[in-house]
Design a protein. Structure first.
Length: 112
């Protein structure tokens, strides 16, 4: 054992801990960035669906007459959002086939 030459290995725990603390935030920030697109879509969809429940009663109250917006018209106003989104279901299905899901999702987020 006396003839072996051992080399001392330095232990820099303080610098390693500082580096690990900054590295620990990177996965969280990446996940937040990725999820923010989905959160934005869900939030905007909720606003679009919930808006008619607010402005239809306001229009009826301001007009002081329920004949201006009948129940049939109110039903059409609330369903217009769904009908307007239907063409994009077909368009995005075709675009996804040719250019992939990633770019199609980016386009969808930017169009909102």
């Amino acid at each position: 054992m006396d003839e072996c030459q051992y080399i001392e290995v330095s232990n820099n725990c303080e610098s390693a801990n500082k580096q690990n603390k900054t590295e620990a935030w990177k996965p969280l920030l990446k996940q937040l960035l990725i999820c923010s697109g989905v959160w934005t879509s869900v939030f905007l969809y909720g606003i679009a669906i919930g808006a008619p429940t607010v402005f239809i009663p306001q229009i009826r109250k301001e007009a002081n007459n329920t004949d201006i917006i009948t129940d049939d018209m109110a039903s059409w106003i609330t369903s217009v959002y769904s009908f307007s989104g239907f063409p994009f279901v077909l368009i995005f299905a075709i675009v996804t086939r040719f250019i992939g899901r990633k770019i199609t999702f980016i386009i969808g987020i930017l169009l909102e």
